[in-house]
Ligand binder design. Sequence first.
Ligand SMILES: C[S@@+](CC[C@H](N)C(=O)[O-])C[C@H]1O[C@@H](n2cnc3c(N)ncnc32)[C@H](O)[C@@H]1O
Length: 312
Amino acid sequence: MVLGWTYKNRRPWLDLENPDCEITLVLNCDSKTAQNISVVDRQGNIIPSNIRTDARATTPLFFLAKMIGRPRTRITLDFRFPQAEPVVISLANGRKPLLALLPNIICPEFLFNLKRWIEHAHCPEGISNFVETGTLFGHTTLYASYWFKRVFTVELSDGLFKSAQVNLRDRPNVTCVHGNSAKKIPEIIPNLTGTSLLFLDAHWSGDKSTDWGGSGWAGYPHDTARLPDTDLDEANRQLPLMQELEAISALHKGAAFVLIDDWPNLGRKNFGFADEDWSNLTQSMITDWFDANPRTKFHQRTDTKRYLWALN
Ligand SMILES: C[S@@+](CC[C@H](N)C(=O)[O-])C[C@H]1O[C@@H](n2cnc3c(N)ncnc32)[C@H](O)[C@@H]1O
């Protein structure tokens, strides 16, 4: 039985630009059985891999499992992932599949659920526009392009913007916009017709200057951007949220729903990774601003990570 696995460098995903992969698995078996493990491609061919097994009882759980005669073995497999193809980790020379690893993109289920709830409870005519700030790899954008009529996504990083343009070129309803969302949102939203859902997710998420060793999170497999303006303080270089909210309030014509991502990060510094800085805003500064804003219909938390503001 497979108990768990992780990719190299604490990443929960495969880095396709560097498909050399190291996976650590914990199996509920002895080390002899574990020696028979192999990695198999789509056609059933065994992919060369380097296998290391460790059945030492280094944790209380391993010790207990050994005591009751159900030993656990930690296995580290090094292999080269075939580009964008699944692999199967198997026993018995590839004949007994244990688990399939698929280089996948993350489905933003929270967005789909929120859209359905808003449309059911507040907007039976449907939400037409989706506007995202912070494109990153365009994963959310891609899904959104199937769920909304028109999709806009804004990215500050040159490299991420260019690759999003390529990756999303087959989605005719997506417009990729390059630049600072604080400046681009005022250009996009006055032209929108119908109800919009705006997903505010633009913020610096680290780059090669970041000390990843000391952080619980390993960072994205690409540098992300922050504003280069040295006259701004660090938090204002990293988080354009307040300008985005002000522009939406002033310029969005009809009803809109604004989802703020990473809500618990507000007011904090050096939390997700070294030098991350959201100290320019706090949760209460924003909720007070919502309360004082005549356009506010309601505002509430949607889950542990996100906050929703509905405007008339
Ligand atoms: C957390 S990621 C976005 C994730 C993406 N929305 C998703 O769901 O997959 C944040 C992104 O915001 C970008 N960014 C940072 N500051 C920005 C700004 N002022 N304007 C636009 N994008 C910005 C970063 O380069 C990074 O790609």
